[in-house]
Ligand binder design. Sequence first.
Ligand SMILES: Cc1cc2nc3c(=O)[nH]c(=O)nc-3n(C[C@H](O)[C@H](O)[C@H](O)COP(=O)(O)O)c2cc1C
Length: 356
Amino acid sequence: MNISSSLATFADMYKLVKPLFFTMDPETAHHQVTGGLRKVRSVWGMKALLNSIYTVDDQRLEREVFGLKFKNPVGLAAGFDKNAEYIEEMANLGFGFIEIGTVTPKPQPGNDKPRMFRLVNDMALINRMGFNNQGADVAAGRLKKLKNRENLIIGGNIGKNKVTPNEQAVDDYIYCFNVLFDYVDYFVVNVSSPNTPGLRDLQEKEPLKLILNKLQQLNNTKYTQKPILLKIAPDLTDSQLDDIIEIIVETQIAGVIATNTTISREGLQSNQSLVKEMGGVSGKPLAARSTQVIQYLHDHSEGAFPIIGVGGIHSATDAIEKLNAGASLIQLYTGFIYEGPSLVGNICKGLLTRHS
Ligand SMILES: Cc1cc2nc3c(=O)[nH]c(=O)nc-3n(C[C@H](O)[C@H](O)[C@H](O)COP(=O)(O)O)c2cc1C
């Protein structure tokens, strides 16, 4: 066996340990995986080894989008590293960019557990985490201490506290924007999580314009401007998507992330008691709808702004579908849980094959 096939075998180790993780409650498994990765990485030589196993370095993967240079177009979606705790660990697994959050101004516990469910037959998750996070100041403190950022792009996904009424939501976004400004490369305004009551009402024209205009004004007072993106739900109608296009063009924000999780339960095969759990569905069942939203935004805006495509990417083929629909970059979360860390490298290799 040569070195590269040994490394490939090692990369597939997740397939061996996955059944064990899948016996655990999903949130416990998440902490075991991230904690385990941190321990492995602390052993001398392991950082370099993880890099050589999982990272695909190739100039042809580089992308320049909204003025930032990405070493590859595969990002970790928001929600996995809510508190900016595992950036170096995840970067070692080959991601080209990492989005932290959603962070809110004050820390908050989120919804009662259990609040994350595996729908194995659908290769999906349902979650109603409810923006559990340690608050923007704690996240900023961790980002400040990060030593090896190298050429890793970090996004800051920001939201509002559950106790903040929608009329004051703009203040929460401004707070997070200011606190994180020096430590992230781009911002994401999250108004699309289904798990904070009333949050998605902020996707309506007037409240959304208010938030984005205020953030843009603030952005323009800074020494340098950071790209601001909007993250939208897959459950918007075509006319709501038309409004989103109009708002992005009018406010001149940098782009959009499509999409967050869906409230739809269409086509799910899993046990009814699981399907009925409240929350947003991610993973395979979301793939087609999120691609449709990307295609709609791309076609109807005539490519006026960059799109980050996310939702149900479990393979290189899924990633290429999103890129063909008009996405400039992609992100994933649920695919990582089902396919393991080798997914990132496999997508990068698939993209290289497409180009060769
Ligand atoms: C457990 C969990 C927590 C999430 N938390 C957030 C979050 O805090 N903010 C956010 O914008 N999206 C959040 N998401 C949505 C993901 O970022 C992504 O948009 C969605 O899961 C679709 O991608 P996927 O099918 O690759 O998982 C979360 C998703 C999951 C599964």
